[in-house]
Design a protein around this ligand. Structure first.
Ligand SMILES: NC(=O)c1ccc[n+]([C@@H]2O[C@H](COP(=O)([O-])OP(=O)(O)OC[C@H]3O[C@@H](n4cnc5c(N)ncnc54)[C@H](O)[C@@H]3O)[C@@H](O)[C@H]2O)c1
Length: 359
């Protein structure tokens, strides 16, 4: 593929997958070759909205994977389908852009990475929040060494009431792999790890709770109640890394807090500078760098603007990597580290003690 001029891509699963359709359609060296979903009504709704001709709409993903007219696929399916569809995609020689989480379990994630290696194809995890201008700015500072040694970080994503019930699978352990931790937690874990330079985790202490979902409270949409709820609706963790750094993080679909709040944040503690990124809908967002200017502590607030969605930028990066042969910024291995930390939180929660978390 390296050196070729056009990538022919397909999107399998068009729930949140509509963002991938848009991403492929807006990349000048990409052609959207197919979209696929078993929900025919949704498939055609997306097809009409994004001008995808009817002959490029499919309900059977096997047909898409077998097509010689397709080089790469986005997989935006329920978590438990990530593994079988990705493995089949690699067997057919496709590149894969995987919606987060990489998989519904550590073992499934490992098998996906092995399949990508065996096929010699690109595997990227879609961590779209990395492409927010605030995170891009912080990463640029981190790469330039502005923070010195980042010895600690805090990250979280807390919602007042958003237990997803638009797909029944979200609240079922065997199909989702977990609840708020694997759904929201992986995003903010990734942001913190990314800014810290992906240090190697060695141990984790954590806790997970199910306080609202089993009572049918705080669901979104509100009128849909879970048929089954055997996952966490909030989770908390403390991670130690091989280089001595630590990370404290939290994620919740549901908590008693400011009504409708949906906020995520990352705070960095570095030897030379610190930073705070905070995003709260609908209250706005902010990012700041803190350091000495002369001998005075100061806050530096950048002016950042972007109207381009993180999803679109992530898809564009994937297309560029497939065409150039470059390794993506968020390879499968990053997805696997997140899964290992979350798995360790569940083990720590069950055993009520700190547990090892190593490859
Ligand atoms: N990066 C992000 O910000 C973000 C946001 C939301 C969801 N996600 C992830 O994206 C994935 C999908 O989430 P969602 O919210 O769109 O879920 P969803 O349940 O709304 O959509 C999944 C789609 O897959 C389709 N589908 C199910 N089985 C299929 C099959 N065998 N063949 C073809 N289509 C099939 C369903 O009909 C549905 O339209 C999940 O892994 C989720 O974690 C990521």
């Amino acid at each position: 593929m390296a050196g070729e001029s056009k990538l022919r891509a397909a999107v399998i699963g068009v729930g949140v997958g509509w963002n991938h359709i848009e991403g492929y359609q807006t990349h000048p060296q990409c052609e959207l070759a197919a979209i696929c979903d078993i929900n025919e009504a949704l498939l055609h709704e997306r097809g009409e909205r994004f001008n995808v001709p009817p002959e490029r709409r499919f309900t059977d993903y096997r047909h898409v994977l077998a097509s010689k007219e397709i080089d790469a696929v986005s997989i935006a399916l329920p978590n438990w389908l990530h593994e079988p569809v990705a493995i089949e995609a690699f067997q057919h020689g496709k590149h894969v852009l995987m919606e987060k989480p990489l998989a519904h379990s550590v073992e499934a994630g490992e098998r996906i990475i092995e399949a990508a290696k065996a096929a010699g194809k690109t595997l990227m995890v879609c961590y779209n929040h990395r492409y927010r201008p605030e995170i891009v700015w912080l990463k640029r500072l981190a790469r330039a060494g502005e923070f010195g040694h980042i010895y600690a970080a805090k990250a979280g994503w807390l919602r007042e009431g958003w237990i997803p019930t638009h797909g029944a699978w979200f609240t079922q352990k065997e199909r989702a792999g977990g609840g708020a931790l694997i759904d929201l937690g992986v995003h903010v874990l990734d942001l913190a790890l990314w800014l810290m330079g992906y240090p190697q985790p060695i141990s984790v202490s954590g806790a997970a709770f199910a306080e609202f979902g089993q009572r049918g409270q705080k669901t979104k949409p509100r009128h849909l109640k879970p048929e089954r709820f055997d996952v966490d609706d909030s989770g908390f963790g403390f991670v130690r890394f091989a280089d001595g750094a630590v990370l404290q993080f939290e994620s919740a679909w549901a908590t008693h807090r400011e009504p409708q709040q949906d906020a995520y944040y990352v705070r960095l503690f570095g030897s030379e500078a610190g930073a705070n990124f905070y995003s709260a809908a609908p209250n706005g967002e902010t990012v700041a760098l803190f350091k000495y200017v002369g001998d005075q502590p100061a806050a530096i607030l950048p002016r950042l603007q972007s109207n381009v969605s993180g999803h679109r930028l992530a898809v564009h990066h994937f297309v560029d990597c497939c065409l150039s042969g470059q390794t993506p910024e968020s390879p499968g291995e990053h997805g696997l580290i997140g899964l290992r930390i979350i798995d360790a939180i569940y083990r720590s929660a069950a055993e009520r003690r700190e547990v090892r978390c190593e490859a």
